[in-house]
Write a protein that binds this ligand. Structure first.
Ligand SMILES: *[C@@H]1O[C@H](CO)[C@@H](O)[C@H](O)[C@H]1NC(C)=O
Ligand SMILES: *[C@@H]1O[C@H](CO)[C@@H](O)[C@H](O)[C@H]1NC(C)=O
Ligand SMILES: *[C@@H]1O[C@H](CO)[C@@H](O)[C@H](O)[C@H]1NC(C)=O
Ligand SMILES: *[C@@H]1O[C@H](CO)[C@@H](O)[C@H](O)[C@H]1NC(C)=O
Ligand SMILES: *[C@@H]1O[C@H](CO)[C@@H](O)[C@H](O)[C@H]1NC(C)=O
Length: 634
């Protein structure tokens, strides 16, 4: 037997929590800002093609098509007086301009607010072209927009009302308010919030209309905390949409349903917790119990992690926990539950007094799985967005998108068991942080921005996964499945019928058995390209790495000899060793994933007697050489 049995010399690129696939997007559906926009507010209407971007003294109306982006720019300058006053006071000078902080459609009014150089101002955008004053004189711009862009404000429009949360800064304590619309305008009491920094808000549907709530996500910062004490506390605060305020002498213009809870993100009870909530995204469904909230947290070392919370758990905490500092029994109406105002027990002054002095529940909210999601620790996350997808098995799956400090976007399938990173997108030419993301589930797009550029990505980006059933199914992307009739990896059509449809997916684990035997691979599936080389010159045979969860290796002459390969960039390059010098013959690059071996490329190596015309290459650096080889061979 002249078989040389070597151990599998497969090169391992696999890491437990690394992205399986890496894509670089070059398509032109992007818009470049003339000047960098360091603070951005995005607004989009589900299912549309227009994205409104609020920037510095400018609203950009961007119409996306597959061919490119059409833009209309509406200047919104700061008042000259306000700007002068701002510049003369020694504020951060760069913030003395009109930064658009709020863009919301409230019933038929498109409300736009900006910082207006320290004295916030609001307009309404009419016919997508003209900014006019808002007719309703009730509106107080300083309750809706912060005076400076670095002080975050959060806004949410639902059911004809605008809800606004302002972060604390300087002497401003921060607040949660209803600021515009048909319902009574309400606010938080100052003592309910300790230096809040808001990061998000969401409407949470209820089992019945009057049970609807607004959740606010924020961190509280304790200015007087001692050095080795954690100054941040992550919070969820909530109010009922039916809240109409208290009685004449008690909480007359304040919420009567406000309650807040501490949110933990870390392993069990160990002290290493992530307390600074930086971003939040709520995924809600018609049935609220299916809802999930993703929070992006950081710790004192600025390491970022993501924790997921079930809305059911949060509900349970709010409806059963003791109130902090209150030990008497709660008789009658429980603080924080949503009831219509005509239910008199909700408004007796005794209950209101309890509400006024006890805004916090004692129970803390813990993440699903009692730990942060398992994600690459060297990525610093800056943005989150998420979507629920109805898969072909009629189950809903959560897909999470994370933007990083280096301009990448991770697409993650999140199930109860794990966080599987479907892919990593490189969308921008520079490495700057992702500054904003907006998701349009209905229209099937994700909008992603850096300071200088914004672009959109299809949620069902199925054509990137390759043209075999196996590749499509291994992607574990709930938006995509293998259509055996069309022999294509396709988006799941709207209204897909589980009993009549025939699209293959395998989401809970990578199982390609759905693809059946017919698609099982032939042993040699590629035809070797001939490569003529100098017998003692360098040879670099590249093999494109598609899956970073696979292992790669080279085989020669029908598996008799196995050569290792070394990963360089997106390629696994044949690396002969002194023990295994190159010989003429057929070299096949094989990938191994999920116990399944597949041929990626093959070459027939033929030695040339004389020097190669391209032998100059031997004097080049290996990376250049590889690039040259790749161009030459691919
Ligand atoms: C908006 O468009 C309508 C109908 O075209 C027109 O009547 C109205 O004057 C426009 N409003 C403004 C402020 O331009
Ligand atoms: C802030 O920290 C100080 C020092 O530990 C503590 O006395 C105070 O109660 C804290 N404030 C809040 C609101 O937690
Ligand atoms: C309260 O008002 C709602 C409608 O506003 C009505 O449906 C309900 O019956 C009333 N409840 C009581 C106890 O009067
Ligand atoms: C799916 O197709 C079956 C068979 O044609 C039909 O009976 C069923 O109503 C369909 N289901 C849905 C949700 O359309
Ligand atoms: C894959 O799915 C098939 C059919 O559903 C099943 O028989 C098989 O055990 C699964 N394989 C793995 C590794 O789970």
């Amino acid at each position: 037997m002249n078989y040389i049995i070597l151990a599998w010399l497969f090169s391992l690129v696999y890491a437990e929590s690394s992205p399986r696939l890496k894509f670089t997007v070059e398509e032109p559906t992007r818009f470049h800002f003339v000047k960098p926009e360091h603070y951005m507010t995005l607004y989009l209407q589900e299912g549309g093609d227009v994205l409104y971007v609020g920037g510095q003294s400018m609203i950009y109306m961007l119409t996306f098509t597959d061919k490119g982006v059409k833009d209309t720019q509406i200047p919104v300058p700061a008042d000259e007086n306000a700007k002068e006053a701002c510049l003369s006071e020694s504020q951060s000078q760069t913030e003395c301009d009109n930064f658009i902080t709020v863009m919301q459609k409230v019933s038929d009014t498109f409300v736009v607010c900006g910082t207006n150089a320290g004295t916030p101002k609001c307009w309404q955008l009419v016919n997508d072209t003209v900014l006019t004053d808002v007719a309703n004189e009730q509106m107080t711009p300083s309750d809706i927009s912060s005076p400076f862009p670095s002080q975050r404000s959060v806004s949410l429009s639902t059911d004809g009302s605008l809800y606004s949360a302002l972060s604390a800064a300087g002497s401003q304590p921060g607040s949660i308010r209803r600021t515009f619309g048909s319902r009574k305008l309400l606010k938080t009491e100052n003592k309910w919030l300790h230096n809040p920094q808001f990061v998000g808000a969401a409407m949470i549907p209820g089992s019945r209309k009057h049970k609807e709530e607004i959740y606010f996500f924020f961190s509280e910062f304790n200015k007087t905390a001692v050095v080795d004490e954690e100054p941040y506390r992550a919070r969820i605060g909530r109010v009922c949409m039916v809240d109409e305020g208290g009685v004449k002498n008690m909480l007359a213009d304040s919420w009567t349903t406000f309650l807040k809870a501490r949110v933990m993100c870390g392993m069990g009870n160990i002290p290493r917790q992530y307390n600074n909530l930086r971003q939040a995204f709520a995924l809600t469904a018609q049935e609220r119990r299916m809802g999930i909230i993703y929070g992006l947290f950081s710790n004192a070392w600025d390491t970022t992690v993501v924790c997921a919370y079930s809305i059911e758990d949060i509900d349970k905490a709010f409806s059963t926990s003791k109130l902090k500092g209150y030990s008497n029994s709660l008789t009658g109406h429980r603080p924080g539950t949503c009831v219509l105002k005509n239910v008199t027990s909700s408004l007796n002054t005794k209950t209101l007094a309890v509400i006024k002095d006890h805004p916090e529940i004692e129970d803390v909210v813990r993440p699903v799985g009692e730990a942060p999601l398992s994600l690459p620790t060297d990525d610093h996350f800056t943005q989150t967005a998420a979507d629920t997808v109805l898969a072909v098995n009629d189950e809903h799956y959560s897909v999470l998108y994370l933007g990083t400090e280096k301009g990448k976007v991770l697409k993650i399938l999140h199930t109860i068991e794990e966080a599987f990173i479907i892919s990593q997108y490189t969308l921008f030419h520079s490495e700057g942080p992702i500054t904003a993301m907006a998701i349009d589930s209905q229209g099937g797009h994700l909008y992603v921005s850096q300071a200088t550029e914004i672009q959109r990505l299809p949620l069902a980006d199925c054509s990137r996964y390759g043209d075999t059933c196996r590749e499509c199914v291994l992607s574990r992307d709930p938006y995509c499945g293998w259509d055996p009739a069309k022999k294509k990896c396709t988006p799941i059509p709207a209204g897909y019928n589980i009993s009549t449809g025939a699209i293959f997916q395998s989401l809970d684990q990578s199982n390609t058995s759905v693809c059946g035997e017919a698609t099982a691979l032939k042993v040699h599936s590629t035809s070797p390209k001939e490569v003529v080389v100098d017998s003692d010159g360098p040879v670099l045979l590249p093999c494109p790495v598609r899956s970073y969860h696979a292992t790669y290796g080279w085989e020669k002459d029908n598996c008799i000899k196995r050569y290792p390969c070394s990963i360089t960039g997106g390629s696994c390059v044949l690396a002969p060793t002194p023990d295994l010098p190159l010989k003429e013959g057929v070299f096949r690059c094989m990938s191994l994933e999920n116990g399944y071996k597949e041929e990626v490329v093959s070459y027939r190596l033929v030695f040339n007697g004389g020097p190669l015309p391209s032998s100059f290459a031997s004097t080049l650096a290996p990376s250049l050489l590889l690039a040259a080889a790749t161009l030459w061979l691919m």
